[in-house]
Design a protein around this ligand. Structure first.
Ligand SMILES: Cc1ncc(COP(=O)(O)O)c(C=O)c1O
Length: 411
């Protein structure tokens, strides 16, 4: 059964899974740990590491400003590569130090006033929810959460009705939340936004690198992501996609610097024509070059292939864990991705994760304070999150299931 799946995968797209050993050999951490925390941070492949080392060496050899000038063509490849990955143009991409920073910068460009409505979902990322609450506190915006379907995930039809009735200033949706395996139907939401000409912001932090992303198909105006998770890039990186519609309409971040704008006269400034108006002057160039290498690497492996292999491994894991008594699988929704969340009877969060760590298995914890609605509905205070990626193996899945079974049986 497994073998036939692998064959079907390999005949469909290159590289076939015969290249899995090579992909793992390219991953220095793969031999050290069972890394099921890709939703936290993916393991770096060698070319990413090399790109960053090379640039730091160059900075040490010739100077930081001189090194970035010498590598301007390669820096540009971050924009062209990421643009190709998400179906955008290079001038629609802004680099950022984190997805959260990109998100906050995007929000800061919207001139919210009292009574403006932000329509979002019950599964939007914790920091986005906090940002909305902060906007409510400062500017008196109103926050609406579209209801979920009984099977999990947002009820798009109900959300569309709220759009029509309330004409929100902003519609915001997180593609894949941090706290469960749910994949939200962001393109369906986007179709309604386009029909009604509503501003639409998507958080694709967990989905970029896991699924093919096409901003045209999603119909979003703004989209944020990171390079460190399923793209397997470095920490301290994020990005913002800004549509031509938004650029033409003149949206600009509240705090715009000398990179994003020209100080054209003593009392005037002119924002740049491109998404660079959402960037800052100072850049971690080694990180940007690492991101460019990560995007190249992901495109080389192939997003179609990744988007089938990764949820497949997560599905195997979910099925294995589901059979264990005292272990509750928490993921709900029509489409489930690479994040697998469980509650384990008889254990406290920190000690359970520590016991997994001790077995050489990387995982993560999620708490109610990170997912008030979702964990409230499921009546859980914490969960263990396991998130494989394409370079993980079926054998690792089996070892993780065995470890959870063993730990559970010990209580
Ligand atoms: C869905 C989602 N959005 C946003 C973020 C924030 O990303 P960053 O830590 O780069 O700000 C995360 C991080 O886990 C996430 O899972």
């Amino acid at each position: 059964m497994l073998l036939s799946f692998m064959k079907a995968q390999s005949s469909a797209t290159a590289p076939n899974w015969e290249s899995l050993p090579a992909l793992r050999a390219d991953t220095p951490g793969a031999g050290n740990v069972i890394h099921f925390n890709n939703a936290g941070c993916g393991l770096l492949p060698r070319p990413v590491l090399q790109a960053m080392h090379d640039h730091l060496d160059l900075e040490a050899q010739i100077g930081g400003y001189e090194a970035s000038a010498a590598r301007s063509v390669q820096v540009r490849e971050f924009y062209t590569g990421l643009a190709a990955l998400i179906g955008a143009g290079p001038d629609n991409i802004a680099f950022s130090g984190s997805a959260t920073h990109a998100y906050a910068t995007a929000l800061s460009a919207i001139p919210f006033g009292p009574g403006d409505i932000i329509l979002t979902t019950r599964n939007d990322f914790v920091s986005n929810q906090i940002a909305f609450l902060s906007l409510r506190r400062r500017f008196g915006v109103e926050i609406m959460h579209a209801p979920d379907l009984p099977t999990g995930g947002v009820d798009v039809e109900a959300m569309a009705r709220l759009m029509k009735e309330h004409r929100p200033r902003l519609v915001a949706a997180t593609h894949i939340p941090t706290n469960s395996g749910l994949v939200q139907p962001v393109a369906e939401i986007g179709r309604h936004c386009r029909e009604l000409d509503l501003l639409y912001l998507v958080d694709a932090c967990q989905s970029v690198g896991q699924y093919p992303i096409d901003v045209e198909e999603i119909g979003c105006d703004l989209l944020t992501g990171t390079c460190r998770k399923f793209l397997r890039g470095p920490r301290g990186s994020g990005f913002l996609f800004v549509s031509d519609r938004v650029l033409r309409a003149g949206y600009e971040p509240l705090f715009i610097d000398m990179h994003g704008a020209d100080w054209s006269a003593a009392g005037e400034y002119r924002p740049s024509e491109t998404a660079s108006r959402f960037e800052e002057w100072e850049f971690p160039y080694a990180t940007v070059l690492g991101c460019a290498a990560a995007v190249r690497y992901a495109r080389g492996v192939g997003l179609e292939l990744i988007s089938r292999r990764t949820p497949y491994l997560a599905g195997l894991l979910r099925d294995g864990l589901d059979e264990l008594s005292g272990v509750r699988a928490l993921d709900q929704g029509e489409q489930l991705g690479a994040l697998v969340t469980i509650e384990v009877e008889g254990w406290e969060a920190v000690e359970f994760k520590a016991a997994m760590d001790a077995r050489g298995i990387n995982s993560a914890l999620s708490y109610r304070r990170l997912a008030q609605f979702d964990f409230g509905d499921k009546d859980v205070d914490w969960c263990l999150r396991l998130s494989p990626h394409y370079y993980n193996t079926e054998d690792e899945v089996a070892r993780v299931v065995a470890a959870v079974a063993d730990l559970r049986a010990g209580r």
